[in-house]
Ligand binder design. Structure first.
Ligand SMILES: CCCCCCCCCCCCCCCC(=O)SCCNC(=O)CCNC(=O)[C@H](O)C(C)(C)COP(=O)(O)O
Ligand code: A3P
Length: 303
């Protein structure tokens, strides 16, 4: 009898990806530690960045073009490239048609769940987003001392600036608490979402065929392939322009993750950014493997 791996454990390709994320954060931190130019450049702990005029590299400036137009609009890039992939890949429905097949619908559902996590963590969570709530809960606040000294603001109003955006907008400094790295969160969540959606293309078109395991309603653990239809298996390995486009977005995200790791935030803030992103991925891509009812609603990519 073959003993199959637990559905909760990552496949071979997923394990490689998780290692790459951890290695990227470690290598980035080592760059900062061993690059004499980066070490010598003054660092502002309040903004978690180097000063623009003495930044050790172009990528250490917040104004770098990839930060402004790629990361700061990151979810728009993930959304557009994923929809392009979903509606042009033969494994999800007829190519060249916008027909909403059940596979496309499930892909959109998975996208909505991941997007909801992005919204909760970075934009809004029944008020301030989770990153800002975490910052306030760990003792952080909007520091308006300089502005108060200049008579521009009343210090009694400090508590009303409960989001990082509102605080920075009035010229205050978001200081003191644990500031989960929003960049690490967005770049890991967006790229891992893309990788999870296209891994079946990679594994079906190469020798790297790998087995996702699922728990059946009778308690048996089987290969996810048992739920796949023949059409999907045959068309799954096609390297379309959509696949190359989403992978391009994911690879650029990995590069920007390395830059964030090298020049911004503390190692612990980057680590929590990684953990919060991966927890969302776990719910959408690992839980359904072990919960047949959830799998019946949102499905698995490529199945
Ligand atoms: C089954 C569940 C169903 C739930 C349905 C709800 C799903 C909602 C879907 C709604 C679709 C939303 C479509 C979103 C499209 C966009 O892309 S919006 C515009 C793009 N904006 C961005 O990409 C902004 C990205 N930036 C950030 O997140 C932050 O700036 C940052 C990078 C995290 C950094 O933050 P800083 O404050 O600058 O440090
Ligand atoms: N790779 C990168 N390139 C440029 N700026 C980056 C960056 N990673 C983080 N930052 C900047 O560092 C600050 C903290 O990032 P975060 O908390 O999202 O991880 C943000 O500043 P601003 O909020 O002033 O834009 C962000 O723009």
């Amino acid at each position: 009898m073959t003993v199959r791996r637990s559905p909760f454990l990552p496949t071979y390709l997923e394990a490689i990806l998780l290692t790459i994320y951890c290695a990227t954060l470690v290598v980035g931190s080592l760059v900062w530690l061993f690059d004499p130019v980066a070490r010598a450049a003054p660092y502002n702990t309040a903004t978690q960045s180097h000063y623009a005029n003495t930044a050790p590299s172009y990528f250490a400036k917040k104004s770098n073009v990839f930060n402004k137009f790629f990361v700061k609009q990151g979810w728009a890039w993930v959304t557009l490239s994923y929809l392009f992939f979903l509606f042009t890949h033969p494994s999800t429905g007829p190519v060249g048609s916008l027909a909403i097949t059940s596979k496309r619908l499930r892909g959109i559902l998975r996208y909505c769940m991941v997007t909801l996590w992005w919204i909760f963590v970075t934009q809004w969570f029944f008020g301030p987003p989770i990153i800002d709530r975490g910052f306030l809960l760990t003792g952080g606040q909007c520091d308006l001392v300089e502005l108060a000294d200049e008579g521009k603001v009343d210090m009694d109003n400090t508590r009303q600036f409960v989001t990082g955006v509102a605080c920075k907008a009035v010229g205050g400094k978001w200081k003191g608490g644990h500031d989960i790295s929003g960049h690490v969160f967005l770049l890991v969540l967006g790229s891992m979402f893309i990788f999870e959606e296209v891994l079946h293309v990679v594994s079906n078109s190469t020798r790297a065929r790998e087995e996702r395991t699922i728990l059946m309603s009778d308690g048996a653990v089987k290969s996810a392939e048992v739920e796949a239809d023949r059409d999907t298996v045959e068309t799954s390995g096609h390297w379309t322009l959509g696949v190359k486009t989403v992978l391009g977005v994911a690879v650029l995200s990995l590069y920007m993750l390395l830059m964030t790791a090298a020049y911004f935030h503390t190692w612990f803030e980057k680590f929590t950014g990684l953990l919060v992103a991966l927890s969302g991925i776990f719910v959408v891509y690992f839980l359904p493997r072990a919960i047949p009812a959830l799998r019946g609603v949102i499905g698995l990519p490529g199945i």
